[in-house]
Write a protein that binds this ligand. Structure first.
Ligand code: GLN
Length: 231
């Protein structure tokens, strides 16, 4: 009884914080419902960016919560922890099912790792959800420098690169894409290394960097438009 009450109180507290951090979300009936996988990582930052582009963010921690969403973001964080928690929460198979069913999913950094069909430099036994026909090397930039920023020419977002616009990308112990299959569209490379850092395969989008951390919501706008187009 006490435990249940404690849980309820915690949930109410979380909901209050969610509202404070994410802010008013505009008309609740408009815009696609986009889940943010809330096991670990920068969940609130993604939710805020989604609100800014007119989507309705919700956290997803349980398999049932996957049913009510039009699209999903897998945030940056730590892919090994995210994977372990997804196993504990019985989310790996339900996630694979929704990805296989064609739901729009965007993964940033650790989220990109989660969307990779093949992973290099993972920890022993580390699994991914998969979906994008690519090989991703974990902590690839991290070996050279832990975190850095770079201006990236990014295809598919408003104002770049056709019009000469660039996207300020924040890399934190970031992965890079080492190999891609024929269906994968390369959206951007990191200028100093030439490594692939942004890709799209149909409804799946992934970046090595963190567009949720800069206040530039063009990647989230692209993703929200992808979700709108499919729903
Ligand atoms: N290095 C992290 C991992 O392996 C990713 C870092 C990040 O998401 N900023 O998951």
């Amino acid at each position: 009884m006490g435990r249940l009450r404690g849980r309820r109180a915690r949930h109410a507290q979380m909901t209050r914080w969610w509202k404070v951090l994410v802010g008013p979300q505009g008309p609740q009936t408009a815009g696609p419902v986009v889940g943010v996988l809330g096991l670990q990582g920068d969940v609130v930052e993604h939710a805020r960016a989604l609100s800014a582009v007119g989507a309705r963010p919700v956290t997803v921690r349980r398999a049932e919560e996957l049913d009510g969403i039009d699209g999903l973001i897998i945030p940056g964080g730590e892919s090994t922890t995210m994977w372990k928690l997804a196993v504990i929460f019985d989310l790996m198979e339900p996630l694979r099912k929704r990805v296989g069913g064609g739901m729009c999913v965007f993964g940033s950094c650790a989220g990109m790792i989660m969307l990779a069909d093949r992973l290099l430099d993972g920890v022993a036994g580390q699994e991914t959800v998969g979906g994008i026909d690519m090989t991703v090397r974990r902590n690839a930039f991290g070996r050279q420098v832990d975190s850095f920023e770079a201006d990236i020419a990014l295809a598919g977002i408003a104002g770049a690169p056709e019009q000469g616009g660039l996207f300020r990308a924040v890399f934190i112990r970031a992965p890079w894409v080492e190999q891609t299959g024929g269906q994968v569209e390369i959206l951007g490379t990191e200028p100093a290394t030439g490594r692939i850092v942004a890709v799209r395969q149909g409804p799946l989008l992934a970046t090595s960097f963190h567009p949720e951390l800069t206040g530039d919501v063009r990647v989230h706008r692209l993703f929200a438009d992808m979700v709108r187009d499919r729903t």
